[in-house]
Design a protein around this ligand. Structure first.
Ligand code: EPZ
Length: 429
């Protein structure tokens, strides 16, 4: 089991470059299944989830080639099966995004139910509602979702929650379904906008991505294109919070501040100096300790749930008590128990957590329960007294490219028992 060993008390200083968006990459890769031709996508992060999706595309016949510099070449002209290998879907929820594209391309698809994970139940009812509205018969036997239709058609779909995954799924499927489709109460994440940009380059007719209403006019086929993945706004927020928690001063090259407005404004509330430059963001502390704040996680453009845990790690040593309300996932407070092992004072009541700041955390042996909890533990460790050991850091490998290398390049002391990235896993069940 890989661990991270982090020596606390060293300020992060210097420049680091943001990697390509994990969540954007996974959606862009699923979208390539819609295209009869070669798609080239630059700036994919070399992380486990991307490698899993490469395997998924390979199993479906899309002949993916991922180079060391993060450029992916895919040609999904020949889909060889419309059944996604369950062992890949169970490894990563985003794999479920291939359902809509396979349905639209071939008229039917079979994809395993994505597992829940440590942050909540992760339902798929809105995905199913959308594809059903588009004319598919969707069967969900609890293990496999089968969708098929001889007559897909445009539809007007209202999402009860602005689900990023469901919005992407429906938008992608609708690009190849003749007729008009409207998604109301759609998610507006930058990653959704970027998928629409790629598909429109391929000949799709999508309008309104980035707003709460997206219109799609279906077309018969999509052609190849070239695209640059956007920077990872969650990694940017993670690095900025790590710098703040160590009293450091860093420049994050490539960061797009408009993708992180809620996070940067909340950081300024707690006492960070944030300077937005044309090619990145400068972060340093205006005051120490940071100030306690209240925080509510919301769909984009609200404060992202993916940075709730990293922010909680910073608030553990704020001057005063902070109140965090987690409105997106019901299971995203488990990391607070691990912060308690480092001396934090927290109390959870339902979807609300109160964090009473202490002067400084101390080292402990803690566990990363999920990807962003792992990042939160690393942030806490960087500011703590002593050397902290974090277990189950495979989670971090899934979503952060060169995580320890980036921290060490900024002056941290992070050691790890490395587990090589998986390449070439089987397509068999
Ligand atoms: C995406 O997950 C991200 N993952 C998540 O990032 C992120 O936390 C989430 O969006 C919210 O921003 C990827 O893009 C791969 P959702 P997704 O559908 O699409 C409810 C990370 O750490 N919901 O927007 O699965 C659901 O219960 C990961 O990088 C339904 O009710 O998120 C939740 O409350 C974690 N029915 C809310 O929507 C559905 O059919 C958010 O889910 C689908 C979702």
């Amino acid at each position: 089991m890989a661990t991270l060993i982090i020596e606390g008390g060293r300020q992060l200083r210097g420049e680091v470059t943001a990697s390509g968006s994990k969540n954007g990459a996974l959606a862009l890769m699923a979208a390539t299944l819609l295209v009869e031709g070669e798609v080239v996508i630059h700036n994919l992060p070399r992380i486990r989830d991307v490698l899993t999706m490469v395997e998924m595309l390979r199993c479906l016949g899309a002949k993916p080639r991922l180079s060391d510099d993060g450029t992916l070449v895919v040609d999904a002209s020949e889909i060889i099966t419309n059944e996604a290998p369950s062992h890949l879907v169970s490894k990563m929820r985003a794999s479920f995004q291939v359902l809509g594209p396979l349905l639209a391309r071939t008229g039917s698809a079979r994809v395993g139910i994505p597992g829940g994970c440590n942050i909540g139940q992760r339902p798929i009812d809105l995905h199913i509602k959308g594809l059903t509205a588009l004319g598919a018969t969707v069967l969900n036997d609890g293990g496999i979702v089968e969708a098929e239709s001889s007559e897909l058609h445009g539809a007007r779909i209202y999402l009860d929650f602005p689900s990023a995954g469901a919005t992407a799924q429906i938008m992608m499927a609708a690009t190849l379904i003749l007729g008009s489709t409207t998604i109301e109460n759609a998610a507006s994440e930058p990653e959704i906008q970027d998928v629409a940009r790629l598909l429109n380059k391929c000949g799709a007719r999508i309008q309104g991505a980035g707003s709460d209403t997206i219109h799609i006019e279906g077309v018969k086929r999509l052609h190849g294109a070239m695209h640059d993945n956007i920077p990872d706004r969650i990694e940017v927020g993670t690095l900025a919070l790590a710098a703040l928690n160590t009293g450091g001063d860093i420049f994050i090259r490539g960061a797009v501040s408009e993708h992180c407005n809620a996070v940067l404004l909340k950081m300024q509330e707690v006492g960070a100096r944030v300077i937005e430059e044309t090619d990145g963001i400068h972060v340093s502390p205006l005051r120490r300790p940071v100030l306690a704040v209240d925080l509510v996680t919301l769909p984009y453009p609200g404060f992202p749930t993916d940075l709730q845990q990293p922010m909680g790690a910073v608030l553990a040593t704020a001057a005063g008590s902070s109140v965090i309300t987690e409105k997106v996932y019901e299971g995203r407070f488990r990391y607070l128990g691990e912060l308690e092992r480092m001396g934090a004072h927290t109390r959870v009541e339902g979807q609300t957590a109160v964090i009473r700041g202490v002067t400084r955390l101390h080292a402990a042996h803690v566990t990363a329960y999920d990807l962003r909890a792992g990042a939160a533990m690393a942030i806490a460790a960087l500011g703590a007294e002593g050397t902290t050991v974090i277990s189950d850091v495979e989670h971090i490998r899934r979503g952060y490219e060169n995580f320890e290398q980036k921290l060490n390049s900024l002056g941290a002391t992070v050691r790890t028992g490395d587990t090589p990235l998986e390449e070439g896993s089987s397509c068999l069940e």
